[in-house]
Design a protein around this ligand. Structure first.
Ligand code: C2E
Ligand code: CA
Ligand code: CA
Ligand code: CA
Length: 275
């Protein structure tokens, strides 16, 4: 079966045609998505692990694709990047997230994911500034989450753009820390405000002493650099207890709340304040 592709003609097997067709259909639907309201944001609480207080939320993009239902972001962000749609979608995410966060009590913050392709579009920081100005949200309440993919290319330009965002007063978090390459080098080149310890480490905390050692090292390193830490994907009380005792500052995960509608998040904030 492997040889069948070599000649070229056999490459477009029927199932391949079907895949290309489906991709093209998805592309058309995605192009229409911004105009028909099928994109929306969910908000996952971020919690101070010592007090248990909700201190912010991460905005997570959802697509309710007509006649197909919910498509996870991992399945359409890459496509949006490929077809040149990530700039528009990303700008909408920033605008919408800031607009909603401006209705929350100060200083509850909002974290927004930015893809590497979106980050490298010319004038990305202007998109951030526009979203802040349109919403009236204080810049210090916005956090931009980038991954190591952002830092892989054009180091000088990237660092300059990160500095421009920092100059707006916006915080910058390193997402999925520990999953990519040469993380330590990046930490030396740019001062992040927050490091998010990837879920893969948190998941193994209960059974794997190495995972504890890694969390301990990341927290220690962050403290030395003056950076705060968030642990993602916290699902059990045991994980939360370990993270607290290791000095991690902030936690996020199903234990505290799944990504939810803006209405549900507002209710959560109100319940927390009257408790
Ligand atoms: P991420 O930024 O690492 O987001 C965390 C993912 O983990 C989210 O998946 C969240 O729902 C999930 N999660 C949170 N807590 C738990 C937990 O306790 N257990 C488990 N098993 N999972 C948990 P989601 O929403 O499917 O998003 C997947 C990825 O899609 C995100 O990973 C992010 O890279 C990307 N993404 C989401 N929204 C946006 C966006 O607006 N823009 C961009 N560029 N990327 C986005
Ligand atoms: Ca994230
Ligand atoms: Ca993450
Ligand atoms: Ca991720």
């Amino acid at each position: 079966a492997k040889d069948a592709g070599r000649g070229g003609f056999c490459f477009f097997a029927p199932e391949m045609n079907a895949r290309l067709f489906e991709r093209r259909a998805m592309e058309l639907d995605l192009r229409a998505a911004l105009g028909n309201g099928s994109l929306f944001l969910n908000y996952q609480p971020q919690v101070d692990v010592r007090t248990g207080q909700v201190i912010g939320a991460e905005a997570l993009l959802r697509w309710n694709r007509p006649e197909h239902g919910l498509v996870p972001p991992d399945r359409f962000i890459g496509l949006a990047e490929e077809i040149g749609l990530i700039g528009q979608i990303g700008a909408w995410v920033l605008q919408e997230a800031c607009r909603v966060a401006a209705t929350w009590p100060d200083p509850i913050g909002i974290a927004v994911n930015v893809s590497p392709v979106q980050f490298r579009l010319p004038g990305f920081h202007e998109t951030v500034r526009t979203a802040l100005e349109a919403s009236g949200l204080a810049p210090s309440r916005l956090e931009v989450e980038i991954t190591e993919g952002v830092l892989l290319k054009d180091t000088d330009d990237t660092l300059a753009e990160l500095s421009r965002i920092r100059e707006l007063g916006v915080h910058i978090a390193m997402d999925d820390f520990g999953t990519g390459y040469s993380s330590l080098g990046y930490l030396q080149k740019f001062r992040f405000d927050k490091i998010k310890i990837d879920r893969s480490f948190v998941k193994r905390l209960d059974e794997d002493p190495n995972a504890i050692a890694i969390v301990r090292a990341v927290v220690g390193l962050s403290e030395a650099l003056g950076v705060t830490t968030n642990a993602e994907g916290v699902e059990t009380v045991a994980q939360a207890d370990l993270l607290r005792s290791e000095g991690c500052a902030e936690v996020q995960g199903y234990l505290y709340g799944r990504p939810m509608s803006p209405e549900a998040f507002t209710q959560l904030l109100q319940a927390g304040r009257s408790a």
